[in-house]
Unconditional design. Structure first.
Ligand code: ATP
Ligand code: MG
Lengths: 307, 258
């Protein structure tokens, strides 16, 4: 078992009176893709930037590739590819020129042309950075993060604002990175993306980890799935609840519309249908709704937008 | 699709290579910037021609006009590049996250600074050559021989270091827009009141000690003296060295990278 690529323990980060990160711990296993999910202002960027050596932890420890990101920055920087959430290039620099410049700081950079082609930067290679579209700036940022052939890449919202093709190209690149032995830590607001890419997800809110696990673990265990059906109004939902496995609830949320919540298994479904048979009613529009990661996310972080 | 081998092969280039790459990048960006070029090349050359032709407009005191004017214009070129341009460029690098992003690259901060200095020196070499060539064509006759060349080199190096430290101090603490305004203002104020083009002796007597203690005064006055065949005064070097050390010490403590 190799040592984890990133290990954050009880990290606390403050900006003046604001506590941006509040006792956060996470581990990124070598060679995997790990995603941090969380609402705006949750502390994702702050956590990543502490791993990148930009900020000194207020308390707690951060180890990246076994090193201290601040004290051993010189040793670490060639080994870690960084994509900032925004900016990071001169406004007048041409896209190609910027990428070549970053490449020229590294001992054995990726070949230029295939990388440019992979991320579709060819058509805007001569365009100054300030005139690149938001998505093109993002793609350049991603190229800059990987061009030095790092062992670990830390990507802050790598696909925000990308069109579907570019997003797919970015996903392919990120998946290929992991397949080639590069460890990936990324943030995202797209559940689909986290579900597809990440082996492990941390859901962060108000500077803390509120849940973590593989996408499957997050959506099945703990998550409350739902069975809905229609039947005659006024059935005795208490008797249905009594028949169901422990942890399930049943109620009539509108006249004739019933809902069962809980860990939905084939057993639960069979119980519902046999109960209907015993009542002499036909369940119509019977549907099992598996909660998506998005539902889980909203349950965990609250349904209301917070500033 | 061309295959791309993404397997890790991390490593940094040797420091001199990275410094050269950075210096080249900054030089290219400056040469692409119209306003910066105007400040660095066009204004000094125009001032040289205009000042040499427009005889009675500004009294430069005794001596041949072009011989008094040229060292002042050389000093102005150093001021514009190592202070104004550097401050503005660095402030916007800070604003646009360039300094931040480079902080995560293999280029260490010392390398970044060296790269900036190397770029300054390249640009100054171009500026000074152009100004000197035009001045010679206009009849400039510097005296002092090899000794004067060495003294000019020393003054320009120390002057660059003093102005650069002040420029970085400004860029690392003020917002980008404030730096843009303040760096241009300082340039104009020093041009008018810092003994850059007009010799120190032409200033009111009570102002002279103050102006001589400014980095612009020390540099320009020193250049005028050595190109006129006079020895290099230690006070000039001391003033420049003090500004360098003082501004650098404060800049190191106050510089904000974001
Ligand atoms: N430089 C800063 N100075 C002061 N407060 C900051 C600074 N950077 C972040 N914060 C605050 O810290 C908290 C966490 O911010 P952070 O950028 O880490 O969030 P995030 O999870 O990356 O959000 P987003 O999804 O919007 O990018 C926020 O409340 C933010 O206002
Ligand atoms: Mg963020």
């Amino acid at each position: 078992m190799t040592a984890p690529a990133v290990k954050v323990r009880d990290l606390v980060m403050r900006y003046g009176a604001t506590t941006a990160v509040d006792g956060l711990s996470l581990t990124v296993e070598t060679g995997t893709i790990t995603a941090i999910l969380g609402p705006n202002g949750a502390g994702k960027t702050t956590t990543m930037e502490t791993c990148e050596g930009y900020r000194r932890p207020h308390s707690g420890t951060v180890r990246v590739l076994g090193l201290d990101p601040l004290a051993q920055h010189r040793e670490l920087s060639p080994r870690v590819g960084v994509m900032l959430q925004s900016g990071g290039a001169w406004s007048a620099v041409r896209a190609e020129e910027m990428l070549r410049y970053v490449a020229s700081l590294h001992a054995s950079p990726l070949p230029f042309a295939p990388l440019v082609e992979r991320l579709g930067l060819g058509s805007c290679g001569r365009t100054p950075y300030r005139r690149l579209s938001g998505g093109q700036q993002k793609r350049l940022g991603l190229a800059m993060a990987v061009v030095g052939r790092p062992e670990l890449v830390i990507l802050d919202e790598p696909t925000a604002g990308l069109d579907p093709q570019a997003r797919r190209a970015a996903w392919d690149l990120i998946e290929q990175l992991a397949a080639s032995g590069v460890t990936v830590l990324l943030t995202t607001h797209h559940m689909e993306e986290a579900e597809r890419l990440a082996a492990f997800i941390y859901v962060v809110d108000r500077g803390r980890v509120v849940s973590s696990g593989s996408p499957a673990e997050l959506t099945s265990s703990g998550a409350r799935n739902t069975i809905r059906f229609r039947a005659a109004p006024g059935l005795d939902t208490a008797s249905l609840a009594a028949a169901l496995p422990a942890g399930c609830t049943a109620h009539e949320y509108a006249p004739g519309a019933y809902q069962v919540d809980g860990p939905v298994t084939p057993q639960t479904l069979a119980t519902v249908t046999s109960w209907c048979a015993a009542q002499g009613v036909m369940p119509e529009s019977l549907a099992v709704e598996r909660h998506t990661l998005e539902d889980v996310f909203l349950q965990l972080t609250g349904r209301e937008l917070r500033s | 699709m061309t295959s791309l081998d993404l397997s890790p092969a991390p490593g940094a280039q040797p420091l001199p290579h990275m410094v050269a790459a950075h210096a080249l990048m900054e030089t290219r960006l400056l040469l692409r910037n119209g306003e910066q070029l105007l400040l660095a090349i066009a204004i000094p050359l125009l001032l040289l021609v205009g000042g040499a032709e427009a005889g009675g407009l500004i009294d430069l005191g005794p001596g041949r006009r072009i011989d008094v004017l040229t060292p002042g214009v050389l000093a102005l070129a150093v001021l514009s590049t190592s202070f104004t341009s550097l401050a503005i460029a660095t402030a916007f690098e800070r604003r646009y996250g360039v300094l931040k992003r480079l902080g995560a690259s293999p280029l260490p901060r010392s390398g970044l600074l060296l790269g900036k200095v190397a770029s300054l020196l390249v640009i100054e070499a171009v500026q000074l050559s152009l100004i000197a060539a035009l001045a010679l064509a206009l009849g400039w006759r510097p005296s002092g021989g090899v000794y004067a060349v060495a003294a000019v080199g020393l003054l320009v190096t120390l002057g660059t270091s003093a102005f650069a430290a002040l420029g970085l101090l400004m860029a690392g603490t003020l917002r980008a827009e404030a730096t843009l305004a303040a760096a241009n203002l300082v340039y104009v104020v020093l041009l008018a009141a810092g003994a850059v083009v007009v010799p120190l002796a032409k200033y009111p007597e009570w102002m002279q000690p103050v102006v001589a203690a400014l980095p612009s005064g020390a540099l320009a006055e020193g250049l005028r003296e050595v190109t006129a065949g006079a020895p290099l005064g230690w006070q000039r070097l001391a003033v420049l060295a003090c500004w360098s050390a003082g501004a650098a010490a404060v800049a190191v403590r106050t510089f904000r990278w974001e």
